[in-house]
Design a protein around this ligand. Structure first.
Ligand code: OFO
Length: 172
């Protein structure tokens, strides 16, 4: 059974994952209208992953005798300036989410809720990978600079950059 405090904190995270999904969906749509096909596909996929993170939390809360509540969401912005800036925002957003997961883990320890603590380890690991992914992409963008051919290849290849490949990049 979840304590009220843990339930509230988990519901807060459900909202953050839902908002993350919306942010990346907005990035996907912006990239699509700019003709950045590969980047847009990457963002659509990322948005789906965030929705999956949200659903996993909803199921957990309800299975543990709590009530996962669905709240209204902050509207994401619709213009991201340049794709370079957009990926920087993605990275900053993941850092924010990691902090939020850390705070949540802290609440479970305070409440001595070791089942939820254990469940959240998946999110802790996921955030390490997502941060690595975002950093890998930013490194590639820096390498390219303003080279048109490089930008073309980046847009083509970014679809293949997955959380797994970025994680192995950082361990090489
Ligand atoms: Fe849910 O992992 Fe990104 O934000």
């Amino acid at each position: 059974m979840l304590s009220k405090k843990v339930e509230k904190a988990l519901n807060g995270q459900i909202r953050i994952e839902a908002e993350s999904s919306q942010v990346y969906l907005s990035m996907a749509s912006w990239a699509e209208v700019k003709g950045l096909e590969g980047i847009s596909q990457f963002m659509y996929k990322h948005s789906d992953e965030e929705r999956m993170h949200m659903l996993k939390l909803i199921k957990f809360v309800n299975e543990r005798g709590g009530h996962a509540t669905i709240s209204d969401l902050k509207a994401p912005k619709t213009d991201f300036g340049t794709f370079q800036k957009m990926f920087q925002e993605l990275y900053d957003h993941e850092i924010f989410v990691s902090k939020s997961i850390n705070d949540l883990v802290h609440v479970t320890l305070e409440e001595k809720d070791y089942a939820t603590h254990n469940f959240l380890q998946w999110y802790v690991a996921e955030q390490i990978e997502e941060e690595a992914l975002a950093r890998t992409i930013l490194d590639k963008i820096n390498l390219i600079g303003n080279d048109k051919g490089g930008l073309y290849l980046f847009d083509r290849d970014v679809q293949q950059i997955t959380v797994e490949s970025a994680a192995s990049d950082t361990t090489e």
